[in-house]
Write a protein that binds this ligand. Sequence first.
Ligand SMILES: CC(C)(COP(=O)(O)OP(=O)(O)OC[C@H]1O[C@@H](n2cnc3c(N)ncnc32)[C@H](O)[C@@H]1OP(=O)(O)O)[C@@H](O)C(=O)NCCC(=O)NCCS
Length: 162
Amino acid sequence: MSKLPCTLRLARGSDIQQIAVMSRCLIEVGLHGWTWHPTRIARALRGRETCVLVAEVEGRFAGFAITEFGDARAHLSLFAVQPAHQRRGIGLAMIEWIMESVLTAGITQIDVEMRSNNFAARCFYEALGFLPTGQLAGYYQNIETAVRMQRRLGLPATTSTQ
Ligand SMILES: CC(C)(COP(=O)(O)OP(=O)(O)OC[C@H]1O[C@@H](n2cnc3c(N)ncnc32)[C@H](O)[C@@H]1OP(=O)(O)O)[C@@H](O)C(=O)NCCC(=O)NCCS
């Protein structure tokens, strides 16, 4: 399908509910409780080392990404695109923006965990040059294993190494 033009901006308070609901429905679905609830998203928005990015399509909320910037590495904590807009390049636009920001901050490593049954996410990160670095049994509330993936920045995707 053709790419959908999107606009990227930093999140604001009015995005909190939508981010939390998308997290519950698309990322935490099937797990106990709601760990990325609105209060936690609000804390992320205030965090000095956390970037909350929003993608919009025709002025409407289409996706978001939460990235934590550490000293030596960045971590993708949450990342999602509205189902109706998936496979239209919005995730790619967000992650390219994030990788450029991470590199600008002097960080050359970015990592992410995803549920082991999350085929779409695995394909997405692989397409972006992330490589699997291990599995974490029971990472998701002892219900599901996580796959950890990593991308070294400043290197072409095809030559990334662990
Ligand atoms: C993973 C996710 C963020 C990808 O976002 P997206 O906007 O659909 O991704 P893009 O359109 O930018 O895809 C870029 C490339 O990734 C790969 N890809 C993305 N989704 C894929 C899928 N379902 N199956 C196979 N490959 C996929 C493809 O190579 C794609 O390029 P192509 O469409 O030209 O073939 C989206 O599926 C999503 O929100 N899933 C639910 C939430 C989630 O799982 N988040 C990640 C948790 S860590």
